[in-house]
Design a protein around this ligand. Structure first.
Ligand code: GLU
Length: 275
């Protein structure tokens, strides 16, 4: 009798464990606490930044808030940087990283990603009228942010263009604002990163800076998610697809990148939709 009971208890335990494992720990916890902790940048205009009223705003902020709203949760915003946005996901300090982060295969080794929710590419920002094309930057100093795809891409670009000092001519800063500062002070000839970040900063001093040359990389943004937690990943993907389907995505997009904004960036791609 006793062993029968024990067996039943063991089976029940295994079932509970299996359910939890299948449901995914993040989704379960989020549904219990009704709080989603999102890693958000602070220095990416207009992705996520502090405006003149000291409000934390931007496209990534709105996307994260919208995901939380659709799941009936409150969003807890956690400030992240280029350096911490992956580590915080790995350490379980945040449930998602909505942080203008390019989905790279290499990054996929440490965390998972949502479907692409934003499509950008890399360009170079420089003082107006000074440079015409990429090769004008050979032998010049270019600012970029440490630990980003931008840093790797711009070094490769200078290398391909034949700059023997491509390693030292790319100067890496911690933050976007530091890159822009260096550009404004003339310490570098250009600043290179995703085009929307460059547009965002350039609009702070209209008429002074311009983008030079075409895109030289694809930067598909994905939301960084905990590794091997497919229930949570599904729910985040469904939320992105649902906001695309009912027009909310377009509304948020136009608020930040539409023709009436100082950072007009036409939406040319479609989000992957699962029927
Ligand atoms: N999106 C690029 C990246 O994920 C560059 C911009 C940035 O990280 O802030 O590395």
């Amino acid at each position: 009798m006793r062993s029968w009971k024990w067996q039943m208890a063991a089976v029940a335990l295994v079932l509970v464990w299996a359910q939890t494992a299948l449901a995914g720990p993040t989704f379960d916890r989020v549904m219990k606490t009704k709080v989603i902790r999102a890693g958000i940048m602070t220095d990416s205009i207009p992705g996520a930044y502090y405006n003149e009223k000291k409000e934390w705003v931007g496209m990534d902020v709105d996307i994260a808030e919208e995901i939380a709203r659709r799941m009936g949760c409150k969003l807890e915003r956690v400030a992240v940087s280029n350096k911490t946005r992956i580590a915080f996901v790995q350490q379980g300090r945040i449930d998602m990283s909505v942080a203008n982060m390019t989905h790279k295969r290499e990054r996929d080794r440490s965390i998972d990603f949502s479907i692409t929710y934003f499509f950008d590419g890399q360009k170079i920002l420089a003082p107006k009228g000074k440079f015409k094309e990429h090769k004008d930057f050979v032998g010049q100093k270019i600012a970029t942010m440490q630990g980003t795809t931008s840093e790797i891409n711009v070094k490769n670009l200078l290398k391909e263009l034949g700059d023997p000092k491509y390693e030292t001519n790319v100067i890496s800063f911690q933050k976007e604002s530091e890159c822009f500062q260096a550009l404004r002070m003339g310490r570098v000839a250009g600043w290179s990163t995703d085009s929307t970040i460059l547009l965002g900063y350039a609009a702070q001093v209209p008429g002074e800076f311009e983008l030079v040359g075409d895109f030289f990389s694809n930067e598909p943004y994905g939301i960084g998610l905990p590794e091997d937690d497919s229930k949570w990943r599904d729910e985040v993907n469904f939320a992105i697809q649902d906001m695309w389907a009912d027009g909310t995505y377009k509304k948020i997009y136009d608020k930040w990148y539409g023709p009436d904004t100082p950072y007009y960036f036409p939406l040319t791609e479609k989000i992957e939709m699962w029927p």
